[in-house]
Design a protein around this ligand. Structure first.
Ligand code: ADP
Ligand code: MG
Length: 640
């Protein structure tokens, strides 16, 4: 290799410098992970070559066997990780090894505080890829030739891991990349081949291509003739041997894989450091053939509710890596699932566009959804305390996301409903399933009642609940943002109607006795003039006014008309910038309430009517349309 062009100096992007400082200055509790990161990059590079090689076989340069090699050099105190994968051009080396493109790492940087102890912990959570080499090295040299490029068009990238790096053009015969780590004095352990083998075994055993080291043989000490040798040493030969089992973990049968291996694979796959809550590994045969290995993480990613949230399924076709984040392979409401799908039927050159239309993909997506729902249901139903704990954690992290499925996945709506848990008016822990509720229903109760609100407290205190409390009828309290929207799609559970107590007229059916019905009819007759006057006074704000039976302590409440959006949902959609049709609620008044009784005789009818209406809006968690007018009216009434 000879230099053909003088080298160029570049500064690291500010975030990289910051990261490097951290890597080298904070105590890294787990220095050995540098090997996992670099081997994983080498393996990625080989995957990329395989992928580009599908349409451009010439990139293989007649050397189709890809591998990763780790070479130890005691004399120069270096460890070199080489691959004959895709390689880097000069520009790619500058871009990819000088900046941070990964959003995860950027997010990591934004969380840094400068407090070494907590920052070191953070590093543990994120992983820092290529730069982790600087945990053990005070100088890293990268030499690379892009597949298909001429030997003279190779690049050498050198850095001491501080502010800058150097790039020069070199000549390199072999395809791919060598990462040469010049070890720090305190990291010379990594020159021991046993130690390196152990680490590779621990982290990278599943990697589907061979990771090789030089074969070593025992050479006895040379002694004079007649004497027996008392010592000797291992010496390296020219032969390379694989030190990993090199079979993709998901291709093995379940019985051959230990829990530890599943967990380690998850960590490799996701670059996450949490333990998965549960996993499901199956070979599916039938209309389409594929292997699925799906994990439920124990933590939700920070961006799970943003548009950027990505599905975590990697797609392979016959062991060849095709793409990350294959969002067609899992419904959106299960986007937290991580894992691998390896299809036997899809074409290797499948594109995202093709995936959208493929019948095989549709079958795989449905199969994946069913598996995950079964897995969750299994945890929910399990008697095992550990599973119960896991289910609880699952629900806290992903329950809201799962509910999106009620609208998104009609076919699995019933399965999802079975998994959901709610707080109720008699048990505020979020532990009641619909089946539990149904089992506790009163004699004569014909519907499952629920109320949605912005918070559990608001739900608990909602005026609509008063009658139900009085009669001792349990009501589900729903306070998740998504509930209101999701419940639009749910009309019954296991043959029982689900009824919002804030929508339409309450019909308690047999739960209401003849006397109560008669009392209502009387009140309706008695209040007819008041109701007519109210209807006229509030005609711009309400669709209808009627006497209610659902209130006990409050003067009035708003009721959403059957088939219309509730005020909360309307507010939510408006906040999200969506067009919402103008809807007027129905006002229900409580004939027993002193304020309502006052309506019949007051001279300030208009003020009182509007105040009663605005208070009903406030009780819903809304704001009066004209707060100043509301205050003025209240004050005027107070003074009188
Ligand atoms: P990530 O692997 O998550 O992208 P890294 O910090 O580990 O992040 O690597 C940064 C980038 O450097 C990679 O995305 C890749 O473009 C490039 N790179 C690193 N190692 C190699 C390699 N052995 N061969 C080719 N490119 C590499
Ligand atoms: Mg990496």
């Amino acid at each position: 290799m000879s230099d053909q062009k003088s080298s160029q100096n570049y500064s690291f992007q500010a975030e990289v410098s910051q990261l490097l400082h951290l890597v080298t200055h904070s105590l890294y509790s787990n220095p050995e992970i540098f090997l996992r990161e670099l081997v994983s990059n080498a393996s990625d590079a080989c995957d990329k070559l395989r992928f580009e090689g599908i349409n451009h076989p010439e990139l293989y340069e007649n050397d189709p066997d890809v591998h990763v090699r780790i070479a130890l050099d005691d004399i120069n105190k270096t460890i070199t990780i080489s691959d004959n994968g895709i390689g880097l051009t000069e520009q790619e080396a500058i871009d990819n090894l000088g900046t941070i493109a990964k959003s995860g790492t950027k997010d990591f940087m934004s969380k840094l505080t400068g407090d070494q102890k907590s920052d070191a912990q953070l590093i543990g959570q994120f992983g820092v890829g290529f730069y982790s080499g600087f945990i053990v090295a005070d100088k890293i040299v990268v030499e690379s030739r892009r597949a298909g490029a001429e030997e003279g068009q190779s690049v050498r990238w050198t850095s001491g891991g501080t502010g800058d790096f150097e790039v020069e053009q070199i000549t390199k015969a072999s395809r791919g990349t060598d990462i040469i780590l010049h070890l720090r004095e305190d990291a010379l352990d990594y020159l021991q081949s046993q130690k390196v083998k152990q680490i590779v075994n621990k982290y990278s055993d599943h990697i589907s291509l061979p990771i090789q080291m030089q074969k070593e043989v025992w050479q006895e000490e040379e002694v004079a003739e007649g004497e027996t040798p008392t010592g000797g040493q291992m010496v390296k030969t020219d032969e390379w041997e694989a030190i990993n089992s090199a079979s993709a973990l998901w291709t093995r049968s379940k019985s051959e894989v230990t829990d530890e291996q599943y967990v380690e694979f998850y960590k490799n796959l996701t670059h996450a450091y949490d333990e998965p809550l549960a996993w499901s590994h199956n070979r599916v045969e039938g209309n389409t053939e594929y292997t699925q290995l799906l994990y439920i993480p124990s933590k939700a990613p920070h961006d799970i509710f943003t548009r950027e949230a990505k599905a975590g399924i990697k797609l392979y076709v016959k062991r060849v890596f095709i793409m990350d984040d294959a969002d067609n392979l899992i419904p959106n409401y299960l986007r937290f699932v991580q894992g691998v799908v390896d299809s036997a039927d899809l074409p290797l050159n499948v594109s995202r566009e093709l995936l959208q239309e493929s019948r095989d993909v549709k079958l795989i997506r449905e199969g994946n959804a069913r598996r995950i729902l079964t897995l969750i249901d299994g945890l929910a139903k399990s008697e095992d305390e550990k599973d119960q704990e896991k289910f609880k954690q699952f629900y806290a992290e992903f329950g809201s996301v799962l509910k999106e499925g009620l609208g998104e996945d009609t076919g699995n709506r019933d399965r999802i409903l079975k998994i959901l848990r709610f707080a109720t008016s008699t048990n505020e822990d979020i532990t009641t399933s619909l089946a539990d509720y149904k089992a506790r229903m009163k004699d004569g109760q014909k519907a499952i009642y629920y109320v949605t609100a912005d918070s559990l407290l608001a739900a608990k205190n909602s005026p609509q609940l008063e009658l139900f409390k009085k009669k001792g009828i349990e009501v589900l309290l729903m306070a998740d943002r998504v509930d209101e929207w999701a419940m639009n799609f749910v009309h019954e559970f296991d043959g029982v109607v689900m009824q919002s107590i804030a929508k339409g007229a309450v019909d308690l059916g047999d739960l209401q006795d003849a006397e109560e019905k008669k009392a209502l009819e009387q009140a309706q007759a008695e209040f007819k003039p008041v109701v007519d006057k109210l209807t006229e006074a509030l005609k711009d704000k309400t669709k209808d006014v009627r006497v209610t039976t659902r209130l006990v302590d409050s003067p009035a409440c708003l009721v959403t008309n059957e088939g219309e959006l509730s005020p909360q949902l309307a507010r939510m959609l408006k906040q999200a910038g969506q067009a919402v049709p103008d809807m007027k609620p129905t006002l229900e008044i409580n004939p027993e309430h002193p304020l309502v009784k006052k309506l019949a005789e007051t001279v300030q009818f208009d003020d009182l009517a509007n105040v009663i209406f605005d208070q009903a809006v406030i009780a819903e968690g809304g704001l009066p349309e004209d707060p100043a007018a509301y205050v003025k009216r209240i004050n005027s009434l107070l003074v009188k």
